[in-house]
Write a protein that binds this ligand. Structure first.
Ligand code: DX5
Ligand code: ZN
Length: 221
C-alpha cells in the first residue's frame, strides 16, 4: 500500500485569496493540491485553467498539483497544464476520443497520468490501460460541483479496482473524489483508497489542521 495522501480540492476554497488558502492547507498537513478544471461543456460548471495553476507555482507552491480535467476535448489543454506546473493530470475517458493516446500525451509532456471513472463508468475501461497509469481516480459523486453526498456504490468499485491494481503489481495510486469527510474516510480507506480528495469537508471547516489531522488518524486506524 502506498502512503496516504490528502488532496484538498480548491474548488471549495475562497478564490479571492487562493494563494493564501493553498498555503494554509499545505501548512495544515495537506499533501497535494487537487485542482478541478471544468469547462461548462463536459460538466455544467466553469472553473479555472492553466493560468491559475501557473500563478500558484509563481506564488511558491511546491507541493504536487493534481489536475482533474473535466473538459472535452482533453488533448489540446494537456501541454498547457504541463507548462503551467501540473504534477499529475487526470481525465475522463468519455471526454477523449483516444484514451491511450491521451495517456501517452500526458506522459510525454512530463506529467503523471490518471484516468477518472464516473459513478456509472464500468471498471473494465481500465482493462487495457491500467499499467500505463500512475493513478486511478474514482468519482464518488457526479462531477461538476463540490458539496455533494458520497455515493455508496463507490465502495464496491474501490474494492474491485484495488484488486486490479494489486494484481498489476504496479505502484498505481487509487484516489477517491466526492463527499469524503472525516467521518466516512475510514471505510473508504478500508475499501482500498490511498489518496483522498476533500473539498467542502476541509475548506468549510474552521480549522484546516484539525480536520486534516482527524482524516489522517481515521485512515491510519
Ligand atoms: C467534483 C470535483 C471534486 C469536488 C469535491 O466534480 O471533482 O473534486 O471539489 O468536493 P467535495 O469534497 O465537497 O465533495
Ligand atoms: Zn476533482
Amino acid at each position: 500500500m502506498l502512503s496516504t495522501v490528502i488532496a484538498p480540492s480548491i474548488l471549495s476554497a475562497n478564490f479571492a485569496r487562493l494563494g493564501e488558502e493553498v498555503d494554509n492547507v499545505l501548512a495544515a498537513g495537506a499533501d497535494w493540491v487537487h485542482f478541478d478544471v471544468m469547462d461548462n461543456h463536459y460538466v455544467p460548471n466553469l472553473t479555472i485553467g492553466p493560468m491559475v495553476c501557473e500563478a500558484l507555482r509563481k506564488h511558491g507552491v511546491t507541493a504536487p498539483i493534481d489536475v482533474h480535467l473535466m473538459v472535452e476535448p482533453v488533448d489540446r489543454i494537456v501541454p498547457d497544464f504541463a507548462k503551467a506546473g501540473a504534477t499529475l493530470i487526470s481525465f475522463h475517458p468519455e471526454a477523449s476520443a483516444h484514451v491511450h493516446r491521451t495517456i501517452q500525451l500526458i506522459r510525454s509532456s512530463g506529467c503523471q497520468a490518471g484516468l477518472v471513472l464516473n459513478p456509472a463508468t464500468p471498471v473494465e475501461v481500465l482493462d487495457y490501460v491500467l499499467e500505463d497509469l500512475d493513478l486511478v481516480l474514482l468519482m464518488s459523486v457526479n462531477p461538476g460541483f463540490g458539496g455533494q453526498s458520497f455515493i455508496p456504490s463507490a465502495l464496491d468499485k474501490l474494492r474491485r479496482v484495488r484488486e486490479m491494481i494489486d494484481r498489476s503489481g504496479k505502484p498505481i495510486r487509487l484516489e477517491i473524489d466526492g463527499g469524503v469527510k472525516a467521518d466516512n474516510i475510514a471505510g473508504i480507506a478500508a475499501a482500498g483508497a490511498d489518496t483522498f480528495v476533500a473539498g467542502s469537508a476541509i475548506f468549510n471547516a474552521p480549522d484546516y489542521a484539525d480536520v486534516i489531522g482527524r482524516m489522517k488518524a481515521a485512515v491510519a486506524g
